[in-house]
Structures are given as structure tokens and as C-alpha cells.
Write a protein that binds this ligand. Structure first.
Ligand code: UDX
Length: 455
């Protein structure tokens, strides 16, 4: 099938590459000439396991092309996927200017039947606005070309995006109950047929329900995390091990084991933005989403959990203290620093006078970029960006772990002890067992695991 993908960001590039891998003829459009040049020269703008190879293979086979030519992109695909960014507005609502600009471009150049597929996470009712924008363009040039708008939200996780796309739990497709909606149904069914061979994974619904499903999924997941983080903070006070509790409740199939990990708070491009956008939608309809407001507040608070623990151990004034920080990206297997808890931790430590040595396996360049935006130069000067995880430990008063990269999971504890000034570890992702750490001679501070200090 001939497919156009508008926007070669995270979702667009993964979708385009994977659809090409399935044998489709994919045209990827972006306004950013540098990004297109990079992709045409075999480079890749994001760190995502497996993606570079798929792009390379399909480019060589002529199944994927990258361009800034809007007219050619509209002419290319019967299916036009909109996968541009929807950054939060000042008031938290999703900014739809890029989605609507893409819609207008389609309306400007289309001459035959098109199915416009919204893949970006967009608030309820956006499908109608996309339709209206296209219809307006068609009317202004007297065209009666037909089209329909479909919602097909993307559920992929960064760091596992290719795997998630190729082995989806579910495919959500919302379309209109019209003749054109039925044409879109047949095309979408054919497109996703390779994923539905063994059992049907597609859930068909109306456009608004599909748009809402994406927000509901992310809001539910964010809620689970904030709920566990709130319990973990209480667990610390009452001498309970939150990890034991996690196993104890997760074994109930109604609860399940996933997404119950207490930690330093959630970050990334989706949860913070989508929780806010859903609250904003509710407010537009005079409803206050009390639970989601609390989810957001708990998370903002949780991003400070590590600095709170450091302060209660070393005092408010951290002048003269030096800390090693492992992990900067908001989660492993990505270089994404958006809303990363490490940014809050570093600001808290540096503004209290500390110096830090930081290490992340892939996010160092991105971290250098965003920390320069977050912090005044005098504070950035107090950050040393290290080449290796062990190098970061030299002369540090403690090690603080913020992201659960695999390479941090089985370190050489003897060496850590030898290099740190004192054997103190703050672990924002509960990578180790407190008992084992105590046996190894460490003062170990996990999240919701202070049970040992009670004994
Ligand atoms: C998320 C959704 O999982 C995905 O379906 C959606 O399409 C986009 O948003 P992503 O942001 O890539 O994906 O990351 P995810 O792996 O879901 O983690 C989000 C955040 O939650 C991370 O900061 C992670 O550290 C945190 N988290 C996750 C926890 O703190 N505890 C958990 O139990 C799980």
C-alpha cells in the first residue's frame, strides 16, 4: 500500500519504518530539512533499539523515502498518517497547530480519495477539526475530492518502540459510520492484517472513543505509578517493604504485576503531557478530574524524593558535598530527557551548593543540552560529565541512581566502596536488595524500603 507519514518524530519514524518493513511503499515528510538530510544520509535522529537497521534496510530496498516536499507527500499515499507533535500549550492543553497545518496541506494538494489517519495523541474532537480544516481547503479551490478521518492512536513505549509496533497488544481504530468510513475500514484492515493473523487484535470504535482511549490508557498507567509512589513514601515511614507489597498485590489478576514500581517519579513525553491534557479537556466541560490532579501532584512531589533523602542524610546545606549520579534519561534505552526526574534532582543538589559527576550510557549529549537550558551557567559549571559509570564515583559522598539502565544492575560493589568517600547509595529505582546491600557494608536508601532501619 502507498502510505504517507507526516512528521518523522518518534511515532512517525517508527510507524513509517515498521510499515515499510511490512512491505508497504512509505513516504516520510518533515518540515525539518536537517532531519530529512540526516535520514537520507543513513543517520537517525533518535536513539531507539533496532530502528536504524530497519530504516537502512528499507531505504536500500526503496520502500521508504524521506522528503520535505509537501505536494509530493500528499500525492503519494492513499493513507495519510498525521504523526506530528502535540506539545502542551501554556494551559496544559495539547497544541494542535501542527496537526491542523498538516490537515490543511492535505486539503490543498489532494486530488483523489484519501484516508487521514490521526496517529498523534490528540484530544477528543480533533478528528472533526481535522475534517473541517481539509474541507475548508477543498472548498476554497472548488474540489470535491473525498476523504475520511480515522483515529489510530499509538501505544508504543520509547526504548521498545519497534518491538511494540511489531507485536502490538491491541490496535485501536476509530472511524465514522459512513460510506467513506467503510472504505477506510477495508484499507486499515488490509494494512494491519499481518498483526491479526493468529488472533484479532483490532478494536473498532468511533473516532472520539479512539481518541479518548489513548488518554485513558496513559492516565490509568500514570495513576498506578503515583499510587505506588504515595504508598512507598508511607512504607518508608511505617517500616514496610514496598517491593514485598508489590508482589503481594500484583499476584491478584485484577491488579496485575505491571506498572507497580515505586521510584523517582514518571517522566517522558507522554504521561506528564497526557495527564495534563485530559485534565484540561475535563475542565472545558466543567468537570474536575480529582484523581488525575492528585496523580500529577504526587508525581511532581516524587521527583524530589531523592533530593529529600539526600538532604535528610546530609543536611539542607550541601556546600562542599560531591555526588555521583547514574542515569539521566527519563528511563533506560532512550536518550530522551523530557520531564526526566534527574533534572529536578540535579537542580535541587546544585542549588544547595553541591557538585556532581554524572553518567548516562546514551543521554550525555542530550543532557548537556537540556541542563544548559534548565540551569544558570554557574550551576552547570558544577556538573562534571563523565565517560564511564565508575569514573563518576571518585571522591563522591554518595552515589545517587536515577535511571535503571542494565549496566547499573550488577556493578562491582567492592570497587564502588573503594572509590566513594563513604559507602552510601540512594537508589531511585530499587535496583538492589536492602539486605544484600547491608551485608556488603552499604548504607542503602531505596524507595519505600526502609524496613531495615526499623530493625
Ligand atoms: C508511555 C506508555 O507506556 C506508552 O504506551 C505510550 O504510548 C507513551 O507513554 P513511555 O513514555 O515511552 O511510554 O514510557 P514508559 O515505559 O511507559 O514509562 C513512563 C515512565 O513511568 C518512566 O519515567 C518510568 O520510569 C515510569 N515508571 C514506569 C515507573 O515509575 N514505575 C513503573 O512501574 C513503570
Amino acid at each position: 500500500m502507498k502510505i504517507t507519514i507526516i512528521g518523522t518524530g518518534y511515532v512517525g519514524l517508527v510507524t513509517g519504518a515498521c510499515l515499510a518493513e511490512l512491505g508497504n511503499d512509505v513516504f516520510c515528510l518533515d518540515v525539518d530539512q536537517r532531519k530529512i538530510d540526516l535520514l537520507n544520509n543513513g543517520g537517525i535522529p533518535i536513539h531507539e533499539p533496532g530502528l536504524e537497521e530497519i530504516v537502512r534496510r528499507n531505504r536500500a530496498a526503496g520502500r521508504i523515502q524521506f522528503s520535505t516536499d509537501v505536494e509530493a507527500s500528499v500525492k503519494h499515499g492513499t493513507l495519510q498518517f498525521i504523526a506530528v507533535g502535540t506539545p502542551p500549550d501554556e494551559d496544559g492543553s495539547a497544541d494542535l497547530q501542527y496537526v491542523l497545518a498538516a490537515a490543511r496541506n492535505i486539503g490543498k494538494y489532494m486530488d483523489g480519495f484519501k484516508v487521514i489517519v490521526d496517529k498523534s495523541t490528540v484530544p477528543v474532537g480533533t478528528g472533526d477539526r481535522v475534517s473541517a480544516a481539509i474541507a475548508e481547503e477543498l472548498a476554497s479551490r472548488g474540489s470535491n475530492a473525498e476523504f475520511t478521518v480515522v483515529s489510530n492512536p499509538e501505544f508504543l513505549k520509547e526504548g521498545a518502540a519497534v518491538e511494540d509496533f511489531m507485536r502490538p497488544d491491541r490496535i485501536v481504530i476509530g472511524l465514522d459510520d459512513t460510506a467513506n468510513g467503510s472504505r477506510a475500514h477495508d484499507l486499515m484492515k488490509k494494512l494491519y492484517a499481518p498483526f491479526n493473523r493468529n488472533h484479532e487484535r483490532t478494536y473498532w470504535m468511533d473516532v472520539r472513543s479512539a481518541e479518548f482511549t489513548k488518554y485513558a490508557a496513559n492516565a490509568m498507567l500514570a495513576t498506578r505509578i503515583s499510587f505506588m509512589n504515595e504508598l512507598a513514601n508511607l512504607a518508608d515511614k511505617v517500616g514496610v517493604d514496598i517491593e514485598a507489597v508489590r508482589h503481594g498485590i500484583g499476584s491478584d489478576p485484577r491488579i496485575g504485576h505491571s506498572f507497580l514500581y515505586a521510584g523517582a517519579g514518571y517522566g517522558g513525553s507522554c504521561f506528564p503531557k497526557d495527564v495534563q491534557a485530559l485534565e484540561r479537556t475535563a475542565r472545558q466541560y466543567q468537570q474536575d478530574l480529582l484523581i488525575l490532579r492528585a496523580v500529577e501532584k504526587v508525581n511532581d512531589n516524587q521527583k524530589r524524593v531523592l533530593s529529600r533523602k539526600v538532604i535528610s542524610r546530609f543536611g539542607e546545606d550541601l556546600t562542599g558535598r560531591h555526588f555521583a549520579v547514574w542515569g539521566l534519561a527519563f528511563k533506560p534505552n532512550t536518550d530522551d530527557m523530557r520531564e526526566a526526574p534527574s533534572r529536578v534532582l540535579l537542580k535541587d543538589l546544585l542549588t544547595r551548593g553541591a557538585t556532581v559527576s554524572v553518567y548516562d550510557p546514551v543521554a550525555m549529549p542530550e543532557a548537556q543540552r537540556v541542563l544548559k537550558l534548565d540551569l544558570p551557567a554557574v550551576l552547570v559549571e558544577r556538573i562534571q560529565f563523565m565517560d564511564g559509570q565508575m569514573d563518576a564515583l571518585n571522591e563522591a559522598d554518595a552515589l545517587v541512581i536515577v535511571t535503571e539502565w542494565k549496566t547499573f544492575r550488577s556493578p562491582d560493589f567492592d570497587r564502588i566502596k573503594a572509590v566513594l568517600k563513604a559507602p552510601v547509595i540512594f537508589d531511585g529505582r530499587n535496583l538492589f536488595e536492602p539486605e544484600v546491600m547491608a551485608e556488603n557494608g552499604f548504607e542503602y536508601h531505596g524507595i519505600g524500603r526502609s524496613v531495615l532501619t526499623r530493625k
